[in-house]
Design a protein around this ligand. Structure first.
Ligand code: AMP
Ligand code: GLY
Length: 414
């Protein structure tokens, strides 16, 4: 099978790693990819927002499967164009990707599907905004309705800050604060059937102790030994299956990866958000743990053939830690040289914001790379990831030192 993977982040590097581990894959092409992906696959220059160029590339390469990594091209309708041109494509249509593209649309679908989420208001002006803020009270949750690269959400006790963010958004959703641990649980869907993957936990804040601004994600781990054992079945039953059925009933079936961000509150689970693609950095811990051949799995999803498929997981734990450029998530300082990438048998490095420069690489994005440690438990996986990341040199860069720390301590106590 010849596969074309679209995207260039850490998520795509991990997907490339997983696709290549499937013996059905004879060629892997990535566009535009990154230098790390270039070591394992053939790279092609591409503006991922140019749908015609993407179709032309798939045509030129005569690929059997196209996998779309990032949300922006999906919301821009690339999957529709690829399917219209006859390509087997893993990734939702423009209409179905609105589950991520519009927070308000996602709320409407959840409402119709009976899926539990935070109460919310869509606000169009200052009077409505202030009314909604005062209705819920602190802590305030203010969300830009459109795509914002994981940075459109402000959660704060400061009403002025909440109001300022709300006024800066074109359309804004203001919602109830959800208290409780968050998990990410992904479902792979063929439009009719959906299979839940094991959950992962992401660390959204920039610094240790969940301080600092929201980021795209600073680290992740899996499995979640503290989560209820029936969580996958429960999310499957109460969230994934009803969402897929509702999208199909609306005439916009969701074929691709449905990402459920879930808060486990005292009143039960509540959806924080849906995304229409694999999460980053959760993918960097899930893919190394997934034993089921990835390309075959995504091909089955793309050809509406998932009925009866189950997933097979390794027993090992995985912990991913992100190395960020100085200044991330604000204005990151780019161009710094990244050196000393270690080769460790228990870890994989997944590049993200990197570009080739001479014989080396430089930082070209806020999240520069991540390193996934694998071990028999979370403690071993953490030790491996941190041993690796501590060797990497990039001036002014930083990483969180507490990824999976509490979970690894809790696991040891069991
Ligand atoms: P989102 O982009 O919707 O995932 O939001 C980013 C982060 O903001 C989430 O991972 C949560 O940590 C936080 N967040 C979003 N919505 C809520 C909510 N209703 N209550 C509490 N925290 C939230
Ligand atoms: N890790 C959060 C996301 O992928 O949106």
């Amino acid at each position: 099978m010849k596969v074309l993977l679209i995207g260039s982040g850490g998520r795509e590097h991990a997907l490339a790693f997983g696709l290549l581990a499937d013996s059905a894959v004879t060629q892997l092409h990535c566009a535009p990819g990154n230098p790390g992906m270039g070591e394992i696959a053939t790279l092609h220059a591409l503006d991922v927002m140019d749908n015609e160029a993407t179709v032309n590339l798939a045509n030129a390469l005569e690929v059997d499967l196209v996998v779309i990594g990032p949300e922006a091209p999906l919301v821009n309708g690339v999957a529709d164009k690829l399917r219209a041109a006859g390509f087997t494509t893993f990734g939702p249509s423009k209409a179905a990707a609105q589950l991520e593209g519009s927070k308000n649309f996602a709320k409407e679908v959840m409402n119709d599907a009976g899926v539990p989420t935070a109460k919310s208001f869509l606000c169009q002006n200052q009077i409505e905004i202030e009314k909604a803020l005062d209705f819920f009270g602190a802590p305030f949750v203010v969300k830009d309705d459109g795509l914002a690269g994981g940075k459109g959400v402000v959660v704060t006790k400061d009403r002025d800050e909440a109001l300022a963010h709300a006024l800066a958004c074109k359309r804004v959703v203001i919602e109830e604060f959800l208290d409780g641990p968050e998990i990410s649980l992904f479902g792979i869907s063929d439009g009719k059937n959906i299979i839940g993957m094991q959950p992962a936990q992401d660390f959204k804040r920039a610094y240790d102790g969940d301080s600092g601004a929201n980021t795209g994600g600073m680290g992740a781990y899996s499995p979640l030994s503290w989560a209820p054992s029936e969580i996958v079945e429960q999310v499957q039953r109460e969230v994934l299956a009803p969402m897929i059925a509702e999208m199909a009933a609306r005439g916009t079936p969701f074929v691709g990866l449905l990402y459920a961000g879930i808060a486990l509150t005292n009143h039960g689970l509540r959806i924080i958000e849906f995304n229409a693609r694999f999460g980053d950095p959760e993918t960097q811990v899930l893919i190394p743990r997934l034993r089921t051949p990835l390309a075959t799995l995504l091909y089955k999803a793309a050809t509406r053939d998932l009925a009866g498929v189950t997933l097979d997981w390794r027993d090992e734990s995985a912990v991913a830690v992100v190395l960020a450029a100085p200044g991330y998530p604000g204005q990151p300082l780019l161009g710094g040289e990244v050196t000393n990438l270690p080769k460790i048998h228990c870890a994989e490095i997944f590049q993200a914001g990197t570009t080739k420069s001479g014989s080396g690489i430089v930082a070209s994005g806020g999240r520069v790379l991540s390193i996934t440690g694998i071990g028999s438990d979370l403690t071993e996986a953490r030790n491996c990831a941190y041993r690796g990341i501590s060797q990497i040199k990039l001036e002014g860069s930083f990483y969180r030192t507490d990824i999976a720390l509490n979970a690894s301590v809790a696991e040891k106590g069991n």
